[in-house]
Design a protein around this ligand. Structure first.
Ligand code: ADP
Length: 140
């Protein structure tokens, strides 16, 4: 079976609002298997590194400040066609445009504080997973 992996973070806004349990439940109910899971906090330096691809964007400073202001939950998820399936589950970047029932529609506050991250390609899923987890922390 062509199973693959994606990487996610429950962002500080959703953690602050007490949505960790509900979001993990939505993820599991959608058929994703959690193969790695961590409750942690990004330093501003680490958040900047993670989002380095957005360095030239006007919201970069705001994004780094937001992502390092409180704890996050990081996870590697497994499901057939995981990257695309997870992007569908979380919905559009801007919750105002996210489909009904999606995680961002239910829990996100704004285009910046949008509750969850989801990798946009298999290549980035592997890079982002390795950014947060050692091989010994992944249970596939
Ligand atoms: P996605 O997370 O849906 O892949 P992007 O890769 O475009 O979206 O952006 C990365 C993150 O940067 C978003 O999830 C969001 O937290 C933040 N972001 C994107 N666009 C804006 C914006 N216009 N203003 C503030 N923050 C933004």
């Amino acid at each position: 079976m062509a199973t693959n992996r994606t990487f996610t973070m429950i962002k500080p806004d959703a953690v602050e609002s007490g949505h960790i349990g509900a979001i993990l439940n939505d993820i599991c109910a959608a058929g994703f298997k959690i193969v790695a899971l961590k409750y942690t906090k990004l330093s501003a330096e680490k958040a900047g590194e993670f989002y380095a691809v957005h360095k030239e964007r006007p919201f970069y400073g705001e994004l780094v400040e937001f992502m390092s202001r409180g704890p996050i939950v990081a996870a590697i998820l497994e499901k057939e066609n995981a990257v695309e399936a997870f992007r569908t589950l979380i919905g559009a970047t801007n919750p105002a445009n996210a489909a009904e029932g999606t995680i961002r529609k239910k829990y996100a506050k704004s285009i910046g504080e949008n509750a969850v991250h989801g990798s946009d390609s298999d290549e980035n899923a592997a890079i982002e997973g390795a950014f947060h987890f050692a091989g010994t922390e992944i249970f596939g």
